[in-house]
Write a protein that binds this ligand. Structure first.
Ligand SMILES: [Zn+2]
Length: 398
């Protein structure tokens, strides 16, 4: 009897654990993570990165004297970042690509699509000299602090997609770190999109403008910018989004645009409120706008959290649905489109919302794709060059 009861209890427990895991995997709570983002913690990362507070490497207290590429403090900063991400439970790659250059990549594998990833990145080096101790507080300790806070508050959430937190070296030398990062191969998951943070703590005119950089050559980057604006609204963040199209090229999202990866940049206002302390000794923690920095960090972390949950499946509602037709329905091996706008991307989801087919294409009138999916109900989604999307239910029969 005891044994039998034990078995029933054990089975019930296992079933509960299974369902709890399944629901966690499907619905990580970004809202809960948002409430864990702490101003104190963000400031702590910032003060450690600029050498105002000690870091502890092998239990000995040290200060990061500078993050300038050719200063020994640069490698110490990489060690600090790496150690912090390991302490949060991430798998960390220290990717040394030259005598002086090292990227640090913290990764958490996805539960459903481990080979596809969403990247949040920032460069950790700063301008300076071998002698002067530049803080590089806004450029770009601010972005790195947001990444470290992302690592902390997202550590217990399981996402369908892999997340990569990438800290680049030598951006100030010409995007050298990001250019030396292979986008795939060597066990690296494929990159779906990238959110690059470069200077997120200056708001001199107090207009709370959040600049989102996109490129017209990759319409999906515009779709991701739209998604980030939705995330901003959804979580009631006190920021005013502004999509800069075409976006500023001289920072790490450009590296990914060059590889046809639809990255976006999230920054302070580069156009009408440029930080006067930029690349100067005065780019110090005293000259930052902390409430704005906290909001920008929240947007970046929520952006990563939401995209790692649903990636491409939550594109905006159709804008110009009448432009498209998807046929026939039921469909067999071919699914065709008729459109007055160019279609740049086709994706198909099964009834559970799982992505089962995707293809980039440039289709106009009466183009078809070939597929060999098993019989069932699917959602076919088209992304138009003008950013519009349409989704239709299609029955596929073999
Ligand atoms: Zn920068």
């Amino acid at each position: 009897m005891r044994f039998k009861r034990f078995k029933i209890v054990l089975t019930t427990l296992l079933v509960c654990v299974f369902f709890m895991n399944a629901s966690w995997a499907q619905q990580p709570s970004c809202s809960a993570a948002l409430t864990s983002i702490s101003a104190d913690s963000l400031l702590q990362h910032l003060q450690e990165l600029v050498g105002k507070k000690p870091i502890y490497i092998k239990d000995s207290a040290q200060f990061i004297p500078s993050r300038f590429a050719f200063h020994p403090g640069n490698a110490l900063a990489a060690e600090y970042i790496s150690q912090k991400c390991v302490s949060y439970g991430y798998a960390v790659r220290n990717m040394q690509y030259s005598q002086t250059g090292q990227n640090v990549i913290a990764e958490k594998r996805g539960t459903q699509f481990p080979n596809k990833s969403v990247v949040l990145c920032a460069h950790y080096d700063c301008v300076g000299s071998s002698h002067a101790k530049f803080q590089g507080a806004d450029d770009n300790a601010s972005g790195c602090a947001a990444l470290l806070e992302a690592a902390r508050v997202l550590k217990d959430i399981n996402f369908p997609y892999t997340i990569q937190l990438a800290f680049w070296d030598e951006e100030e030398m010409g995007l050298v770190g990001s250019k030396n990062f292979p986008s795939s191969g060597g066990g690296l998951p494929e990159i779906i999109t990238v959110i690059n943070l470069d200077m997120i703590a200056w708001d001199g005119n107090q207009d709370s403008l959040a600049m989102i950089h996109v490129t017209p050559s990759l319409p999906q980057s515009i779709a991701y910018a739209t998604r980030i604006q939705e995330v901003l609204k959804q979580h009631n963040l006190a920021l005013q989004p502004f999509v800069k199209n075409p976006g500023e090229p001289n920072t790490d999202h450009q590296t990914f645009w060059n590889r046809d990866i639809p990255a976006i940049g999230l920054t302070e206002d580069y156009d009408n409120d440029f930080n006067p302390h930029w690349h100067r000794f005065s780019d110090s923690i005293e000259n930052l706008h902390i409430p704005y920095f906290i909001n920008m960090s929240k947007l970046a972390i929520m952006g990563l959290c939401e995209l790692a949950q649903d990636a491409l499946t939550q594109l905006p509602e159709p804008k110009t649905a009448s432009y498209y037709a998807i046929y026939p329905n039921p469909a067999e091996h071919q699914i065709c489109f008729n459109s007055s706008q160019k279609i740049v991307y086709v994706s198909i989801y099964n009834a559970l919302g799982k992505l089962v087919f995707e293809q980039n294409l440039l289709a106009t009138q009466d183009d078809c794709i070939a597929q060999s999916l098993p019989e069932g109900l699917y959602f076919v989604r088209l992304l138009g060059l003008n950013q519009s999307t349409i989704q239709e239910k299609i029955w596929i029969k073999p």
